[in-house]
Design a protein around this ligand. Structure first.
Ligand code: GCB
Length: 639
């Protein structure tokens, strides 16, 4: 039987910038600090990781593999000085068969390169490309008779579930060069509900559907490989039965009913550790995404950890998965774009959560060889359909593209990154833009792949406005957008940019260099901004009552604005124990706003539907200077 041993511990790391040696465990990055402090000057180079291992025990004629779940961006793997494998692309799994290089004592050396080049994506984007071995490393010992470990780093089992009437038909193929394969289908309780030959189709009567966040029911396929009556390998994966379609005039359908996709984009990085995450950080992110009540997730701008797609399956999120083909088309990068897409589709093929493959993001942002760029998009689109005939392709279009831009008419559906009301003044322009697009292209299914506004919980204003980076403007912006989406329900998907603040070393905005603050939650996941509660009130089934602006403690003037978010109905506002207002709901009924008299000291309590919330505001003579950006408000990366 195959054994998998984790090799995360005790690597020697040689930091080439200053030639120093460090003892580290992976997941690890060398850009945990300089990639987050602004200046667009984080170290991009080739660093080395070294580990010594004894020759593992493995069956005669068997094989030993090194498995890397994520090394950014290019890797060369040496065993005892011999090149055992190479990989370009920082977000996917790859394996090297190291059997022939093994001795009794072995040195594994990995050269990891995140330096600037023009062949491996991404090279230009608004996020930090953390260098390092930042996901797990495993040593796999397998029999000669084994499931294939050489095929694009994927789990060698391919599951094709199709819904026919009330039945689920599932075809399962597991890849092995020799031996006998048997496949069992288990229900969510682990009970075997069918058994088939390799490549066969099982029919599950009255199949239990994977029904999004309402009921993300998972089946499992387990393939066993045996020879001479002995089991020598086993692989498995979860899957789900579901149908989906996009109607340009109505929106997204799941299992035959309208199911508007409303959710967020996710960047994964964290303070000081960058992308070098453990399961605990992934779990925390998923808990927050579930709490807000999103039913869709755009996993931007690259392949995320396998573990996270598993969490999405279990949570019932409809996922848009994509490769980092972003901002600038590089003619020298075509091979890499194709290989990253191949790996994404093959490695994540079985996840019921994934419905969309994203071809690119804002690829027209920088001038390029247009013909080559369009040809690459067509190739990527065809590749996705060839590898996966059932899922849909999509693309995140740059705001400056005209409606008719050719790049926006290649994928099955399209989505636009539109920051009208943020980068461009005028929230109302969203209504104008979408009306026109829909009128010109009524048959083209359109979504909002990104929209958002910068927001720092320490910044506040009595008169919030675009570009002030306050938590207060972000709330106004998103309140408008939520109602705008309600007015345009045919948008197949909408994805807030971003669920979490993230590092973008080229930014210097809001006096906090190196960060993009469009998150609904701060970079450390500790602070939920006011807009988080707004979305929760709209999307979640939980009762929400939230007094906004709690951090805007010191206030000036005779009157002050109180904004309350509630999905439990009419709100009452008390100041120092006295009922002072019963504000009317703004359109949509979830934002309640009014002005109240500002006393010297204001103990505000808000009540609705049996819930209470509150805060203390203090009257001051002059605006608190700490609420305003004092330094730096620029973006040095090209936008
Ligand atoms: C975009 C990009 C995203 C940026 C975002 C922004 O359109 O796709 O990577 O981070 O805008 O905040 O400007």
């Amino acid at each position: 039987m195959k054994t998998v041993t984790n090799l995360n511990k005790d690597w020697k790391f040689i930091y080439s910038k200053d030639n120093t040696e460090h003892q580290v465990n992976v997941p690890h990055t060398w850009n945990g600090d300089d990639g987050q402090d602004g200046g667009n000057d984080y170290y991009r180079g080739t660093c080395t990781y070294i580990k010594h291992i004894k020759k593992p025990e493995y069956p005669a004629d068997g094989a030993v593999y090194l498995e890397f779940k994520g090394v950014n961006a290019s890797a060369k793997v040496y065993v005892n000085g011999e090149l055992a494998g190479e990989h370009d692309g920082g977000y996917s799994t790859f394996r090297c068969n190291i059997t022939e290089f093994l001795k009794d004592e072995n040195e594994i050396k990995v050269e990891v390169d995140n330096s600037v080049n023009d062949k491996v994506y991404p090279q230009r984007a608004d996020f930090t490309f953390y260098g390092g071995i930042y996901r797990d490393v495993n040593l796999i010992c397998a029999d000669k008779c084994r499931f294939d470990l050489d095929y694009f780093g994927c789990n060698p089992i391919k599951i094709d579930p199709v819904v026919k009437g009330t039945d689920g038909h599932v075809t399962v193929t597991a890849y092995a060069a020799e031996g006998t394969v048997k496949i069992a289908i288990l229900d969510a309780d682990g009970t075997k509900v069918a058994e088939i030959e390799n490549g066969g189709t099982a029919v599950i009567k009255n199949a239990h559907l994977w029904d999004g966040v309402n009921d993300p029911y998972l089946y499992k396929a387990v393939a066993t490989l045996s020879q001479n009556g002995e089991i020598c390998d086993e692989v498995s994966a979860n899957f789900g039965f579901r149908t989906y379609k996009v109607d340009p005039k109505k929106g997204f359908y799941l299992n035959g009913r309208l199911y508007p996709l409303r959710g967020v984009c996710r960047h994964q990085d964290r303070p000081h550790i960058g992308n070098a995450l453990t399961k605990a950080e992934h779990d925390e992110d998923m808990a927050l995404i579930k709490e807000i009540g999103a039913n869709t997730l755009r996993l931007a701008h690259y392949q995320h950890d396998d573990y996270f797609y598993d969490l999405c399956d279990k949570a019932g999120l409809v996922v848009w998965a994509e490769i980092p083909y972003i901002s600038r088309h590089m003619s020298g990068g075509n091979e890499n774009a194709i290989s990253q897409m191949t790996e994404l589709v093959l490695q994540q093929y079985n996840h019921p959560s994934i419905v969309f493959w994203g071809l690119s993001n804002e690829i027209t942002m920088m001038k390029t060889n247009k013909k080559d760029m369009l040809a690459t998009h067509k190739k990527l689109n065809d590749l996705c359909h060839k590898l996966d005939p059932r899922r849909l392709t999509t693309l995140a279009c740059f705001a400056m593209c005209s409606f008719g831009n050719k790049s926006a008419h290649i994928s099955d559906v399209v989505s636009w990154n539109l920051y009208l009301g943020w980068y461009v003044p005028g929230l109302f322009l969203n209504d104008v833009w979408i009306k026109l697009f829909h009128a010109f292209y009524p048959k083209r299914a359109i979504g909002y792949s990104e929209y958002g506004a910068e927001s720092m919980p320490n910044l506040h204003s009595a008169k919030p406005k675009r570009f002030d980076n306050t938590e207060d403007y972000q709330l106004i912006y998103h309140a408008y957008m939520l109602e705008f989406f309600a007015r345009n329900p045919y948008l197949w998907g909408t994805h807030v940019w971003n669920m979490f603040d993230f590092a973008a070393d080229g930014r210097n905005q809001g006096g906090d260099p190196g960060m993009n603050h469009k998150g609904l939650v701060t970079f450390d996941r500790k602070t939920k901004k006011d807009a988080f509660y707004l979305y929760k009130a709209y999307w979640s089934k939980e009762p929400v009552l939230h007094l906004s602006g709690k951090r805007y403690k010191n206030r000036t003037g005779k009157k002050t604005t109180i904004t309350v978010v509630s999905n439990v109905g009419a709100v009452e506002i008390f100041n120092n124990g006295k009922l002072v207002a019963k504000p009317k709901a703004q359109k949509g009924g979830k934002v309640f706003k009014c002005k109240i008299k500002l006393e010297a000291q204001n103990e505000i309590t808000v009540k609705a539907g049996g819930l209470t919330d509150g805060a203390t505001f203090v009257k001051v003579n002059k605006p608190d200077p700490s609420y305003k950006v004092t330094s730096g408000n620029s973006m040095s990366w090209e936008k």
